[in-house]
Design a protein around this ligand. Structure first.
Ligand SMILES: *Cc1c(COP(=O)(O)O)cnc(C)c1O
Length: 457
């Protein structure tokens, strides 16, 4: 009773599908669907049920085609209140920058071409001077991400030589990226010193031997050790490293270029502070608190950066043209701090006042109330967080739209929002849906209202 592929291909709805997407993929979709029905029917003893499955073949194929031809990677609405949400792509690019990136990548560009000399140029040239000007460093470089930056730095020192790290700084970043393991991969021998809570200058000093090439400091960006603690200052480590003729390297993790204290957050060490303290090589992420593209940025002494530029590994982890274009654009904003805070989406979200967020939440609430949804909807105070393994203890006062459906469970509503055409990712707290207005864009409001109306009516 199962129809043949040829018969299904003749159906009008299927013909329309073929016009749009071509014959071969549609035929594949039909075959897959028929195989599934054949399997299901062979284990189904009731004829009426089998008939139902067969009748549903064409609608099922259309649905499968709809799923197949919807792009997998797509925009989502971030209602979680976590600003640097690693699972949601960390930092968004501004419209203005996206327009410019589009101009660059839709044609050819001078990625590695020196327009003045008319010969091969360096892809780092587009942002090296900017990085030096902003951070005060002698030279700079960028690679695929900060994990790659750490790997490149360590593998630039002789294989088997030692790097000294405090036991309080042996960080695991998300995705099982662990400092001790990266060291091994980079060919350096890890020499741990001190204890989890306290490390003294003498711990480093005693550990320095003939084979030591690096003192390494890792910013514990995603956790805090509080209480009876002590770490060695950058100034002391610089002095110690230079007295012994070795390099002082710092993995800053997030890497901020503006002092966030001005915007009500706790102090996060800036890249400028590290450079000023005399750290030889500093690396940090492009898409954490910097608010730029995925990248690992390395700044520091020219001597070391030049060695890294000659390292074979660099070729495998170099920054691509999309990110290089985005990085130059974002760094340019930092030439004027006020401009950076207003124009870089991540910094804008962090620095927006609680009152401004509350007013916008009120606007969204008004739009939802006008739709007569079958739910209790209120605006309530909540707390946003930075995310992306930065400032783990920080909470920013914000306002959430809180939804309790009267006709469906909270779990079902959460799933429906997540499965909507533009998926809305939210938090569930005390059996209610929370949409934190701090991470919503203005353009999200109408989409949320339309989708909630679809789901709740
Ligand atoms: C986040 C982080 C990294 C990894 O950076 P990615 O850009 O995600 O590769 C490395 N070290 C520290 C301390 C970090 O916080």
């Amino acid at each position: 009773m199962i129809p043949k592929v040829d018969v299904i291909l003749e159906r009008e709805e299927i013909q329309k599908l073929i016009e749009k997407h071509g014959r071969s993929t549609v035929t594949d979709l039909i075959r897959t669907q028929l195989d599934r029905v054949r399997n299901e029917i062979s284990s189904c003893g009731i004829e009426a049920q089998a008939q139902e499955r067969i009748d549903a073949i064409v609608p099922d194929i259309l649905e499968a085609a709809d799923r197949f031809y919807t792009l997998n990677m797509r925009p989502v609405i971030n209602g979680t209140g976590t600003i640097l949400h690693t699972n949601l792509g960390r930092s968004p690019v501004s419209e203005e920058h996206a327009e410019r990136i589009k101009e660059i990548v839709t044609g050819y560009c001078n990625l590695e071409y020196d327009l003045e000399a008319g010969e091969r140029g360096e892809r780092y040239s587009h942002f090296e001077d900017l990085l030096c000007r902003i951070t005060g460093a002698e030279a700079a470089l960028a690679v695929n991400n900060n994990a790659a930056a750490v790997l490149l730095i360590l593998s630039t020192f002789p294989k088997g030589s030692e790097a000294i790290v405090s036991r309080g700084e042996l960080v695991e970043v998300g995705g099982r990226f662990r400092i001790p393991e990266v060291m091994e991969q980079g060919g350096m021998v890890l020499h741990e010193v001190g204890t989890t809570n306290k490390t003294h200058p003498s711990d480093y000093e005693k550990a320095i031997g003939e084979n030591t090439r690096v003192l390494m400091k890792v910013h514990t960006s995603n956790y805090r050790i509080v209480g009876f603690t002590e770490e060695v200052s950058r100034a002391e480590l610089t002095e110690l490293a230079h007295r012994n003729g070795i390099a002082f390297v710092e993995d800053l993790g997030s890497g901020v270029l503006v002092d966030l204290e001005k915007y009500g957050l706790s102090h996060e060490p800036t890249v400028q502070e590290s450079v000023r303290a005399g750290v030889d090589v500093v690396c940090f992420s492009g898409d954490k608190l910097l608010g730029g593209p995925q990248a690992g940025i390395i700044v520091g002494r020219k001597k070391y950066i030049d060695q890294m530029k000659k390292n074979q590994l660099l070729r495998a982890i170099r920054i691509d043209k999309f990110s290089a274009a985005a990085l130059e654009l974002v760094l340019r904003e930092y030439l004027d701090e006020e401009q950076a805070v207003n124009k870089i989406p991540v910094l804008r979200m962090i620095s927006r006042g609680a009152l401004e967020v509350k007013t916008e939440a009120g606007e969204l609430l008004g739009m939802l109330e006008a739709r007569n949804l079958n739910a209790e909807i209120t605006a309530e105070p909540c707390e946003s967080q930075i995310g992306g393994g930065a400032l783990p203890l920080e909470r920013i006062a914000s306002t959430a739209i809180v939804i309790k459906s009267l006709g469906m469970t909270t779990a079902a509503l959460e799933k429906a929002l997540r499965s909507a055409k533009v998926p809305v990712i939210c938090r569930v707290v005390n059996d209610r849906i929370l949409l934190d207005a701090r991470t919503l864009f203005r353009g999200d409001f109408a989409v949320i209202a339309d989708e909630l109306e679809d789901i709740l009516s």
